[in-house]
Design a protein around this ligand. Structure first.
Ligand SMILES: Nc1ncnc2c1ncn2[C@@H]1O[C@H](COP(=O)(O)OP(=O)(O)OP(=O)(O)O)[C@@H](O)[C@H]1O
Ligand SMILES: [Mg+2]
Length: 261
């Protein structure tokens, strides 16, 4: 579904991504792991049109989408979430969901704010969809809460909910489990699984929590120092000396003992 072909990107003298190629197959939940600074988020930014690559091609269902801006990718069915959630803290949870379709039309934040009263009055369909998303994620009790008051885990669920407000079926999740407590993590994993199995979503997931990756993802891609160093199922990767070296070696801190845990 998403083909990443020889993508490279440098920041000054730092080669953040080096000729990375892999495919996210339609219907898969593909994992992307690697130590801090491996280049994972940079690669996501390139796929999602937020950052141009120095070289390489991204294809979505065979179509070259390299360098297309985010709102055009929305229309083609590709969205991403950020490592740090981008909620509008002074809007309620439901409002955060309801502004997504406006942004999908390419409106900027100011435009969606100006249009906001119209959105509330007219867009019953969007309201219905927002409520359906809140129920699906089991956060309907938080509907009228200001997003800024949510816990880290609730914000991550809201982030996932925001992707569900689009028609996109190819979703990039950057560390959905970071800072999420165990209970909410289970909920989040359930939601991702159900979207994948019941609603035909394809995911690519960056995550440091190896249990979450093992539960959700097959195959898993491993990056280190900008390169793709291995791929396969999680059980095999845990035994892979190169992967273990990447986590234990000098490159990154390897957070939670990642691949060796
Ligand atoms: N906008 C930028 N300008 C300069 N350097 C950057 C920029 N974005 C990322 N980098 C650098 O590129 C490298 C890859 O960063 P990236 O954020 O892609 O890593 P990551 O694999 O997502 O790490 P983490 O697991 O810590 O989120 C790092 O060395 C980082 O400091
Ligand atoms: Mg990152």
């Amino acid at each position: 579904m998403i083909e990443i072909e020889r993508i490279s990107r440098a920041f000054g003298g730092l080669q953040a991504v080096r000729s990375v190629s892999f495919t996210v197959a339609e219907g898969s939940v593909t994992g992307l792991i690697g130590p801090n600074g491996a280049g994972k988020s940079t690669l996501f930014s390139i796929i999602a049109g937020a950052l141009p690559p120095d070289s390489g091609v991204i294809r979505l269902r065979g179509e070259d989408i390299t360098g297309l801006p985010t709102h055009q990718l929305f229309h083609k069915g590709l969205v991403r979430t950020f490592q740090i959630p981008h909620e509008f803290s002074r809007m309620t949870v439901r409002e955060n969901l309801m502004v997504v379709p406006a942004r999908q039309r390419g409106e900027n934040l100011l435009q969606s704010w100006l249009r906001w009263p119209t959105v509330v009055r007219e867009d019953r369909e969007i309201l219905r969809k927002a409520d359906e998303v809140l129920e699906f994620l089991e956060i309907d009790h938080l509907r009228d809460e200001l997003a800024g008051n949510l816990s880290g885990g609730q914000k991550k669920l809201l982030d996932l909910g925001r992707t569900m407000m689009t028609d996109a079926k190819a979703v990039l999740l950057d560390e959905p489990g970071a800072g999420v407590n165990r209970t909410l993590l289970g909920k989040l994993a359930d939601a991702i699984e159900r979207l994948n199995r019941e609603r035909g979503y394809t995911f690519c997931v960056i995550e440091h929590d190896m249990d979450l990756i093992a539960r959700l993802c097959d195959p898993v891609m491993v990056m280190a120092n900008g390169e793709l160093i291995a791929h396969g199922d999680m059980a095999t990767l845990r035994e892979n000396p190169q992967v273990r070296e990447a986590y234990l070696g000098t490159g990154g801190s390897g957070d939670q003992g990642a691949a060796t845990s």
